[in-house]
Design a protein around this ligand. Structure first.
Ligand SMILES: [Ca+2]
Length: 491
């Protein structure tokens, strides 16, 4: 390289000053320092996506929660960006996670409900794409997109390392007898006497001997993954199972080793469990952030925190007790805002401005293209997601916006919903009448979806109806009325 152009190059890299004392002749010290700085400046950011399970829009202090303590997650928001209008992929687990991993909404995604349909070899996940950009990829927690030996397991969908529950019902039980590490079953010290269907080792059940709490194992594994991958860019997807219920445990489904710091509160036990679970997870988020600092990765790691759907009313939990949906209507399984609008916090010191709040309307299908842009790889053509990196970096004018967001849900009579600007359209009972009436709400002055204004806005309803039609591509696994079916057993 010519002397002049080399100097220009270094200045461009912000390294000119480092070399000023050495002239352009590289001393051994200068070369070393140059190489170290260059490695750092060229290193792609690490990405950690922490996903809570059934955590409501109102369950975090930074989203208005007054009782449940979440100091570490609130700190993420104080040091980063908090999104007011972010949406999960669906109102239940599996489809929401499919949207997150593949960049499609539920009108296009392979997995649109909690049935046992595994991802195929042809499905392209965010992990596969980042592997192509030399990322180490890990997932710790709950997968739900493919059973053992299927094409859908994490190790066949782009993840180098996997630890957790493959099966969602298995994940109901916080003290399982085993978990998966890559393709190996890892036996735990817990005992599960009650098993679903009376068959030994059927996933699920309720533990009688409780030794190893799966969430604690996930939190420890997360620290280990970060430590082991500190020298390469990594993607860590951390789908915790908190605060989901153990649906097999009746009214005692909010399973947690201790109700602290709420043990002495005058609350029903499931509510103590709900709050204690969230605060426990919050502590683990704090430990993970401390680990990033300790390893010097803090400044080069984008940490995101979200939830896969709205709060649940299962295992004895009552979403009203802590106002878990905040100002929103409904909870898990609704397509009202409470079912799908979720917290999203993004922290990346020096890149995301601290203490900012964004109203950018975004959804789980935006995660894949955002990661691709960060890693410098092309996102697949035809996905529904739009990179939200400009918003994260404060470049609002460059942000491409969604014309609409779309959801379809195949339980409880089937539902469809569209968010279009401030408008929200919801159609119930689609199985009965696929052309049935659409409820219309204006979220700008009615975030709680209390006043159906469809009758006064027929042209908006017509537009939303057209979007519902256009956004839905038939699926053999989740047919709408009149479409051919190949229904698989519910998991
Ligand atoms: Ca969930």
């Amino acid at each position: 390289m010519e002397r002049q152009s080399r100097r220009q190059f270094l200045e461009m890299m912000g390294l000119g000053a480092a070399f000023a004392g050495f002239g352009v002749r590289r001393s051994a010290f200068g070369a070393e320092r140059y190489a170290a700085r260059r490695r750092q400046s060229e290193r792609k950011p690490n990405i950690i996506f922490i996903l809570a399970d059934d955590l409501g829009y109102g369950d975090l202090g930074c989203y208005g929660q007054k009782v449940i303590q979440t100091p570490n997650i609130d700190k993420l928001a104080a040091e980063g960006m908090r999104f007011t209008d972010h949406y999960a992929g669906s109102t239940v687990c599996a489809p929401s996670r499919c949207c997150l991993m593949t960049g499609f909404h539920t009108g296009h995604a392979l997995i649109r409900g909690n049935a046992n349909v595994p991802l195929r070899p042809s499905d392209v996940t965010v992990a596969e794409l980042l592997k192509g950009a030399s990322y180490s990829t890990g997932i710790i927690g709950k997968w739900g997109l493919g059973e053992a030996d299927s094409t859908g397991i994490p190790n066949r969908q782009g993840f180098d390392y996997w630890f957790g529950y493959l099966n969602q019902r298995h994940a109901h039980n916080y003290w399982p007898e085993y978990l998966w590490r890559n393709e190996q079953k890892v036996e735990l010290a817990n005992q599960v006497d009650h098993v679903i269907g009376g068959q030994d080792r059927t996933p699920g059940g309720v533990a009688t001997k409780r030794v190893e709490y799966s969430h604690d194992l996930f939190a420890a594994e997360a620290l280990g993954f970060v430590e082991q991958n500190k020298d390469t860019p990594f993607l860590l997807y951390l789908p915790f199972t908190i605060p989901h219920a153990n649906n097999e445990a009746g009214q005692k489904g909010m399973e947690v080793p201790s109700y602290e710091p709420y043990a002495n509160e005058d609350w029903p036990e499931p509510q103590k469990g709900h709050a204690a679970m969230i605060t426990r997870m919050d502590g683990d988020v704090g430990r993970l952030m401390a680990k990033l600092k300790e390893l010097g990765l803090d400044g080069n790691t984008l940490v995101m925190f979200s939830s896969d759907n709205g709060p649940h009313k299962e295992g004895g939990a009552d979403p009203e007790f802590f106002n878990s949906s905040g100002p929103l209507r409904g909870y898990k399984r609704a397509l009202y805002e409470g079912g799908v609008r979720v917290p999203l916090i993004a922290r990346w010191p020096g890149r995301i401005k601290a203490g900012t709040v964004s109203g950018h309307v975004s959804a789980f299908w935006d995660f894949l293209p955002t990661c691709c842009e960060l890693a410098g790889v092309e996102a697949p053509e035809g996905i529904d997601g739009i990179s939200m990196l400009p918003t994260l970096l404060g470049q609002d004018r460059q942000q491409v916006r969604h014309e609409v967001l779309y959801w379809e849900f195949h339980e409880q009579g089937k539902r469809q919903a569209v968010r279009m600007g401030d408008w929200k359209g919801v159609r119930q009972n689609v199985a009965k009448d696929p052309d049935g009436p659409i409820e219309l709400y204006n979220l700008r002055d009615d975030i709680g979806e209390t006043k159906d204004v469809a009758a006064r806005n027929p042209e908006i309803v017509e537009k939303i109806e057209a979007y519902m039609k256009a956004a839905h591509v038939p699926s053999e696994h989740w047919p709408m009325p009149g479409e051919p079916a190949n229904v698989t057993a519910q998991a």
